[in-house]
Design a protein around this ligand. Sequence first.
Ligand SMILES: Nc1ncnc2c1ncn2[C@@H]1O[C@H](COP(=O)(O)OP(=O)(O)OP(=O)(O)O)[C@@H](O)[C@H]1O
Length: 265
Amino acid sequence: MILSVDELQFLYRNRKILHEIAFSIDEGEVVAILGPNGVGKTTLLKCLNRILNPRGGTVRIGGENLSDLGTMEIARLIGYVPQRVETGRLTAFDAVLLGRRPHIKWDITEKDLKIVDSVFKLLSMENLRLSYIDEMSGGELQKVAIARSLVQEPKVLLLDEPTSSLDLRNQVEILAIIRQIVLQHKIAAVMTMHDLNQAFRYADRFILLKGGKVHAYGGAEVITPQVIEEVYGLPVVIGEISGMRCVVPGSPAWDCKISYAASKL
Ligand SMILES: Nc1ncnc2c1ncn2[C@@H]1O[C@H](COP(=O)(O)OP(=O)(O)OP(=O)(O)O)[C@@H](O)[C@H]1O
């Protein structure tokens, strides 16, 4: 087991956002955190990373309790790709290089440069090396953030909607690369997502949040039409296309309900 979470709770002011969160993740696994807007997916990632301090519970990585570790030690273990990436007057190369030593001045080594080069190549973004990140498109910036997390060589990657700004081809390529890196390096990735079809394709396990709690947790078998309707309040059909599990939202009855409501506007 590489990551374990037990009885995690988080409150914003006095409002309970997360409670009784417990799960564990093995090496080589990609886990998708799913759930409706505002349910607490980003908050959960930030608690795992200790950007936010949980009110209770424990998070362990490789047996180490994160509450016993400092920021630098946590950065050594966890690569984090936030939903909103901060920009500045830095080239993409420098921004990614910062992932090697996030908080202190350091002597750049041959190894640092080699790893940064290889990640630029892996993500097919060599053309962006000298571009300034404050002049980048949303998708380009998202790739820079993913690259920065990968050069950290973390044990756990936390990715907050990592493909939200990417075009279709980049979505597929980035998720496939994350999948491959997780397996090859025996690390783990936890990603928040909205696209259930991509989750089916690239994740091994699923955590569905509802009301700040884990509503369903497990392999693809836990994502049933009933569970999806309970979590999102929307009927779906689950089927297969070319051997791949896929979710189609809606149903004839639902579509009728929506068009009836719209006709009353
Ligand atoms: N800084 C904050 N102060 C107070 N409440 C906050 C703060 N940030 C988020 N929240 C609230 O916490 C809840 C969970 O937010 P969070 O961003 O974790 O949701 P999410 O599941 O990631 O949503 P989305 O799918 O829309 O990105 C929301 O109701 C949100 O309004």
